[in-house]
Design a protein around this ligand. Sequence first.
Ligand SMILES: Nc1ncnc2c1ncn2[C@@H]1O[C@H](COP(=O)(O)OP(=O)(O)OP(=O)(O)O)[C@@H](O)[C@H]1O
Ligand SMILES: [Mg+2]
Length: 295
Amino acid sequence: MASPVVETRGLGKVFRDFWGRPRVHALKGLDLGVEPGEVFGLLGPNGSGKSTTIKILLGLLHPTAGFAKVLGGSPREVKLKARIGYLPEESNFYPHLSAEETLSFFGSIFALPTQVIRRRTDELIHLVGLEGARRRLVGEFSKGMLRRIGLAQALINDPELLILDEPTAGLDPIGNREVKNLLVDLKRRGKTVLISSHLLADIEEVCDKVAILHEGQLRAFGAVDRLLADDQRTQITTRRLSPGTIEAVRALLDEREGADLKVEVGMPSTRLEEFFVRTVTSAKNEPAAGGKAQP
Ligand SMILES: Nc1ncnc2c1ncn2[C@@H]1O[C@H](COP(=O)(O)OP(=O)(O)OP(=O)(O)O)[C@@H](O)[C@H]1O
Ligand SMILES: [Mg+2]
């Protein structure tokens, strides 16, 4: 198997106060692995350590225990940064540059040839749906437009690994759909993507694997469909059934499985949301101990 694109072993981060005393244990022994070509979702409540993990992977913070490897090297290696695209939680752009000037500016930071910058600027402006605003100043952009230009900026160096902190936050439903399509398209082109998000329906739709953090610890890790699979229950999904058919099915189940069988009839729900709430609630009730690992 190819080596992981992102790997952390026993990763720990303690933030200290002014006097050097430990103040917050933001990460406690985190083991993560993201394989090439995967879209990976990092989930967890506010303050659970998602952004801290991302900042360590980008070399912006030092771990206080364990190690992190990105694209086979240390996150602090400068030459690796050219192969990573990053969308921060909140982007800050020069307000007096237009959308296309902003992308040219970031292209020049990566020392790309002028021809390449011009071509990629055109492609990316189209990709993120900002054609109508390419000459407008970024300082005038709405929240969703800023998210879009941020995504284009994260892609300007055609990165192998994309790290996106809440990519769909602030987008309207169409923008949200477009970003999800974009992520699926990037995956098809062999990119590896690490996303942190609170929008569980989005994560469920685009991610192959997820990790759920709680107070700096891994509480669940694995392929989305395997984590959500429940071998204690059987689910049959069809188009909407008539009340008569449902009654007939109930009678059959009574006859075959006994009258005490609990049968729920309803519409399918967002299962990752259910799973997330269950995981975080049980983490609150029984602290510490390892996560439910299902690679
Ligand atoms: N620079 C810092 N100094 C002190 N404590 C910090 C610092 N950065 C983060 N923390 C603490 O570390 C913990 C994890 O924070 P982090 O930003 O990683 O959470 P998060 O999962 O990204 O949350 P959110 O969903 O709100 O973005 C929190 O308790 C936070 O207060
Ligand atoms: Mg965060």
